[in-house]
Design a protein around this ligand. Sequence first.
Ligand code: NAP
Length: 353
Amino acid sequence: MAEEKSPRPAVEETMIIGSGPAGWTAGLYTARAKLNPLLITGNDYGGQVSITYEVENYPGFPEALSGPELVEKMKEQAEKFGLTVEYDHVTEIVTDQHPFLVRTASGKEYKSKSLILCTGARPRYLEVPGEKKLMGKGVSYCATCDGFFFRGKDLVVVGGGDSALEEGLFLTKFATKVRIIHRRDELRASKILQDRAMAHEKIEFIWNTVVTSINEGEDGSVVGVTTKNTVTGEVSELKTDGVFVYIGHLPNNDLYHGKLHLDEDGHLITDKRMRTNVAGILAAGEIQDKVFKQVATSVGQGCSAAMQAEKFLADLEAEGYHDMGVDPREFPTYAPFVAATPAKATEQELVPA
Ligand code: NAP
């Protein structure tokens, strides 16, 4: 029998958008603070860690565990303290009135006094001919999801960061050969992964090279890539059965344009307390972090955002904003951060909805 959920209040104390490590941590802390939080998962349940084969650098798990396992543990812990989870996708937030409005794909509308935005990031595409058409037919961004289908096949991985090497190593479980194509002659990945990949008999590096197209065979799946050497300009054809792309990420910021300050790469700008430029709206994880992007850092940011939400709600109470409907930019708590916002943040001015 489906579990009965208790009815939600007319106005939420806090809502968390996103179900990656930052979101679950914000859920755990706000639940323990008795804020009766509601978390909306988004379409990509669990975020990027849920498509990670193995997490071996999250403290407390010396044996390593899979991304989906870690997500389930985080969810279980937050729910234990009272987090409510909705499997829905937020389509709009209204930020120039208080309480804020949150609208979802299932047609629901919520009001909330504070928001914790943890919408994370998604894989960056190569943007070359053939890529879009061959997605799911040999082009993939998730070794954990698709690696199994390439047993005994020859694969190409594009990128030179931690993801390319980590997932390239994972793909050696299935593939006969994994060629990692990198646009420079130096890797961005951590030394430990570099050493492992370099030492692996199935992995070969192709340096100073970019993929210029992904090529389709008669059966409609990938048969190879065209590459270009960035030093000599030489163009080559490479046969392969699959292409895994790991060239970084783009922040999931569709909800925030014209509403919250974004930096030049599209990340939400926050201060050290995880405050955005609208009082009561906090952000945590890869939507606002373009530097560290670790499970451990996202967890820390989710914790900070939750504690700040708690403080904001207490301030709100203390300052007497009981009757809602005011513009949150008029809250006194907004003023200190506006002063601290870097000048470049003002390039994308707030446009009232
Ligand atoms: P990343 O560190 O940003 O690396 C992206 C790689 O793709 C770089 O080598 C970059 O080349 C290359 N690249 C970017 N655009 C390209 C293009 N258009 N064509 C060809 N190559 C392109 O991204 P990531 O590897 O996904 O890692 C993201 C973050 O997650 C990092 O902070 C990383 O440390 C972290 N992470 C950690 C672990 C772990 O600790 N085990 C695992 C996965 C990810 P250049 O080097 O020339 O810029």
